[in-house]
Design a protein around this ligand. Structure first.
Ligand code: ADP
Length: 285
């Protein structure tokens, strides 16, 4: 723990987190080859029946992890924790890490495990202090070492692996737009992938913003063609093995997106046994 804590303290005093949740993540990394030392540092695993869901969303850049994870979070009532958002927030804060992060993100590379874990630890600690329970993690873990660290401290119940034909991924990233006022996510791409060699074709209508957002749309600085291609390459090299990590533990749910939100959302709810849940919630509303 000491080595990582020192490293994080040096990088940014504001990133040093002292809460239990945060310490659990730091401790687990430094003690990877040692047996648990004492109860204070040991993860406090709760009985799954006594807590909310602890899910992970995996998938290539552009697949729609953020869209579906945040919809599910609204439905189930758990926080949506996206490490990409944590990184962008840190970048926008112009804190001590921002110039280093901007270079990494704009090259499509992965941020170091130390930085990403410190950002996530802080987010978990803040949530714990506010009494949050459960989460859907989006964009973490993205490497085997991150998955191993997470496994040592938190019981993940389910990992949803969203899949879409590669052709559609690039178009979706390039079509992505964000309203710089309300933060809404939209997509101007109209996707039409032909079916080939037995795999079905797929079309996806654009997700256009309302008129009042139209003049405020911005594009993420890492959504350029060259950077998206690099992010896809890195996903295949570094993050694809994470799928197997969870598959071998019987936690992976593969979900092929059949199209845009109107086609995919009801099917995803079915796959998660939540279709009933949505009906009951809207009936109760
Ligand atoms: P993507 O559309 O590529 O899935 P994200 O919004 O999840 O994008 O992440 C944006 C960037 O933030 C990534 O390209 C990477 O530089 C950084 N990042 C996010 N999560 C992680 C992580 N778990 N490990 C390392 N870097 C990360």
């Amino acid at each position: 723990m000491a080595a990582i804590t020192r490293l994080v303290k040096r990088a940014s005093p504001s990133l040093f987190v002292s809460s239990t949740a945060a310490r659990r993540l730091f401790c687990s990394e430094s003690s990877s080859h040692a047996p648990p030392q004492d109860d204070f540092h040991a993860p406090q695993r709760k009985d799954p029946k006594d807590r909310n869901v602890q899910w992970v969303f995996l998938g290539c850049p552009g697949v729609g992890k953020g869209t579906y994870a945040s919809r599910l979070c609204n439905l189930i009532g758990v926080p949506h924790i996206a490490t990409g958002d944590l990184v962008r927030h840190e970048l926008a804060s112009k804190g001590p890490l921002s110039s280093q992060l901007s270079e990494i993100v704009n090259q499509g590379k992965l941020v170091s495990d130390e930085i990403i874990i410190s950002l996530l630890s802080k987010r978990l600690a803040d949530g714990e202090a506010k009494g949050e329970s459960g989460f859907i993690l989006d964009g973490f873990p993205r490497t085997i070492s991150q998955a191993e660290i997470l496994e040592r401290v938190i019981d993940i119940d389910l990992v949803v692996n969203l899949k879409l034909q590669e052709e559609a991924l690039l178009a979706k990233c390039l079509g992505r737009r964000i309203c710089n006022q309300c933060g809404g996510n939209f997509n101007v791409a109209s996707i039409d992938v032909k079916g080939e060699n037995g795999s079905p074709g797929m079309s996806m209508a654009p997700l256009l913003p309302p008129a009042h957002c139209m003049s405020k749309l911005i594009t993420r600085s890492d959504d350029t063609e060259a950077v998206v291609k690099e992010r896809l390459r890195i996903y295949n090299e570094m993050s694809k093995p994470v799928e197997e990590f969870y598959r071998s533990r019987g936690k992976l749910l593969e979900f092929n997106l059949p199209g845009g939100i109107p086609e995919s959302w009801p099917k995803l709810l079915q796959a998660l046994n939540l279709d009933d849940y949505e009906e009951k919630r809207s009936a109760a509303a």
